[in-house]
Design a binder for this molecule. Structure first.
Ligand SMILES: Cc1cc2nc3c(=O)[nH]c(=O)nc-3n(C[C@H](O)[C@H](O)[C@H](O)COP(=O)(O)OP(=O)(O)OC[C@H]3O[C@@H](n4cnc5c(N)ncnc54)[C@H](O)[C@@H]3O)c2cc1C
Length: 317
């Protein structure tokens, strides 16, 4: 039985989170990718290289293709009966997975960190209580088993193959009168290292005191080419854009070093960064929960510690 991975096109190719899931699926056996987007030889070659033996290419669909993609997928799974349909937990994938679940009347497990398959069975690992407990859930009903996987749960690695078959699947007209259209696109300028691939991340929280003090974070980050992150508290306060938010409702990150400055360590923040290789925390409250996950803790005022750290890093060159 094969495992399918839904992959949406991002900048002309499959997005990194989908490639992570594809790598995992390929390690479990026969794998197909369901690709939503323009498609190209390069995109299909990438899917093949990361383990897809077959690519179902969903074509067409307009500005918001999730409804049509779910309808096409429902038809495909009925015909081909895959064991699983796996999704990386991105916005479009969540939309498609939910709609597919409703169409084929199957449950979907979200926030998966791991999965195992054995014959027709599928078991999924998720976490609860901010990662304090792992839960293993087995699907008991008929497949396909639908799973949304948290980004960074698996490493994306090429297995070196080529997709043997590319099958074009035109998206059906699902007839939504007054369907939404994109009337304008505003691109948020991404400057410097990005959270998703930076080796070092320096994050700031409400302990910085005000929006201007976020420059302390940027100054420390600059000499070591680190990406800058934030807690939801300061995103909601309008100090920094949402793109910087780390946590349950922001990005999940796994850098070599994560430094949390003036961050309390609320459970919703921890779930997005606790799997970083090394965690450094600066907080003036020695009881702050962030210290419970930190490898190195500095009890102090960010306004004292950060300028000194910046100076030391600049001096190091
Ligand atoms: C459904 C839901 C989803 C959420 N999703 C997220 C999410 O994705 N990401 C996220 O981050 N949060 C999220 N939150 C919010 C989360 O619960 C916390 O409110 C938030 O993380 C707190 O941010 P903070 O640490 O910046 O602020 P605070 O909790 O206010 O902590 C500030 C810290 O700074 C310290 N401090 C103060 N002054 C200084 C100083 N001068 N020097 C050093 N330390 C100082 C304090 O001791 C304190 O520990 C979510 C909440 C909910 C309900």
């Amino acid at each position: 039985m094969s495992n399918w991975v839904f992959a949406e096109e991002v900048d002309g190719g499959p997005g990194e989170p989908a490639l992570e899931v594809l790598t995992k699926a390929a390690s479990l056996g026969e794998t197909a990718a369901v690709y939503l987007g323009e498609g190209s030889d390069r995109a299909f070659a990438t899917l093949g290289a990361f383990g897809a033996g077959t690519v179902y290419h969903l074509t067409g669909g307009g500005d918001f293709p999730a409804a049509a993609a779910a309808a096409a997928l429902a038809g495909l799974v009925e015909r081909e009966a895959p064991r699983t349909v796996l999704f990386a937990q991105t916005y479009t994938s969540r939309d498609v997975a939910g709609r597919l679940a409703a169409r084929i009347d199957r449950p979907v497990i979200s926030n998966a960190l791991d999965l195992e398959t054995d014959g027709g069975a599928t078991a999924v690992t998720t976490e609860i209580f901010g990662g304090a407990q792992l839960v293993r859930t087995e699907f008991t009903g008929a497949g396909p088993h639908l799973v949304l996987v948290r980004p960074k749960s698996f490493a994306a690695e090429e297995t070196g193959g080529a997709a043997g078959r590319i099958a074009a699947v035109p998206l059906p007209d699902v007839g939504h009168p007054g369907a939404p259209r994109v009337v304008d696109t505003i691109l948020e300028r991404a400057e410097g290292p990005q959270l998703s691939d930076a080796k070092i991340i320096i994050s700031g929280g409400r302990g910085l005191g005000n929006a201007e003090a976020y420059s302390l974070i940027e100054q420390v980050a600059e000499p070591i080419a680190a990406a800058t992150g934030a807690t939801r508290a300061i995103v909601d306060a309008g100090w920094v854009p949402y793109a910087k938010q780390v946590g349950q409702t922001g990005k999940t990150v796994k850098p070599e070093v994560y430094m949390a400055c003036g961050v309390s360590g609320a459970m919703q923040h921890l779930v997005g960064m606790k799997d970083s290789k090394r965690i450094v925390a600066i907080n003036k409250d020695p009881e702050a929960p962030i210290f419970s996950v930190a490898d190195l803790g500095i009890v102090g005022d960010v306004h004292d510690v950060l300028p000194k750290l910046t100076e030391a890093l600049r001096a190091r060159g």
